[in-house]
Design a binder for this molecule. Structure first.
Ligand code: FPP
Length: 262
């Protein structure tokens, strides 16, 4: 039985999952999938599924913050999601504005820093405005970094990095020699996630077992955790299960080191 005193809200979070509080993954990435199926099962419009998904997001952000996770990256809107019906795209954009407008105060109070990955310049103006405000207001916070993947695609991110390397070369910021000697670390610095460690674990609920263009470069050594639960039903207990499972994996990073993460 895991018991944890939530320092900010003074609530006691307990689940039946046994995990080590001293070995919490530094970076958790989540593909928040299954909102549509959750809504369909209840004869509700898809947007209601996304709305329920936001409630789960709030809960998981709070818990990650309390557990001392340093980075939480959530896939909120992919470069491919523009193909969805305009009402659904509009609904998601509206939810983003609502989420940040309603939650910013609490996120700030909980020392959460908001960041984004993806080409947010293509989002509607109200989204850009609230994102700018949220990032500006929380930029000095030192707790959980909530990284919102918006208009994000892993392939686009890698291509963009290559183009930016070429641009830096043309502008004389880097030399031909620098390009020829570029390594993983330097290349990573050109990605949206530059400066952020790669995700330790990628969580995907809803029964799908694929990456869907999420963090393609960064997931080289990430552990994957899947479950059949749709995102709106994803619970604190499920998060604890993912963490416990992660702690029992044997991460060798291509070497021979043995011993669990625990
Ligand atoms: C995938 O479920 C989910 C999305 C494309 C959007 C995720 C967005 C949210 C949880 C809410 C908005 C986020 C913020 C930050 C306010 P799906 O629609 O593909 O589900 P399905 O596969 O069951 O149809």
């Amino acid at each position: 039985m895991w018991k944890f005193l939530n320092k900010k809200s003074n609530e006691v979070e307990k689940t039946n999952v046994d995990f080590d509080i001293n070995n919490i993954p530094k970076h958790i990435a989540i593909i928040m999938d299954g909102n549509g199926r959750w809504a369909k099962a209840r004869n509700l419009p898809r947007t209601m599924g996304h709305r329920a998904g936001v409630e789960t997001l709030k809960k998981i952000v709070r818990e990650c913050s309390d557990l001392g996770v340093k980075y939480l990256t959530v896939y909120a809107f992919s470069t491919e999601n523009w193909k969805r019906p305009p009402e659904e795209v509009g609904g998601l954009m509206k939810l983003l504005v609502e989420y940040l407008s309603n939650e910013l105060r609490e996120l700030y109070a909980n020392n959460v820093q908001i960041r984004t990955i993806g080409d947010v310049s293509k989002l509607p103006k109200p989204c850009i405005d609230i994102l700018d405000k949220s990032m500006h207001d929380t930029k000095d916070n030192t707790g959980l970094v909530l990284n919102l993947a918006l208009n994000y695609g892993g392939r686009y991110e890698i291509l963009r990095a290559v183009k930016n390397i070429f641009k830096d070369y043309k502008e004389g910021i880097i030399s031909e020699e620098d390009i020829l000697n570029i390594d993983d670390n330097k290349f990573s610095g050109y990605l949206y996630t530059g400066g952020i460690p790669d995700p330790d674990i990628i969580v995907r609920p809803s029964g799908e077992e694929r990456l869907s263009n999420f963090l393609l470069w960064q997931c080289a050594y990430s552990e994957f955790w899947y479950s059949n639960i749709n995102w709106p039903d994803f619970s604190i207990e499920n998060l604890h299960e993912a963490i416990a499972d992660f702690q029992n994996r044997d991460r060798r990073f291509g070497g021979v080191k043995s011993g669990k993460n625990k």
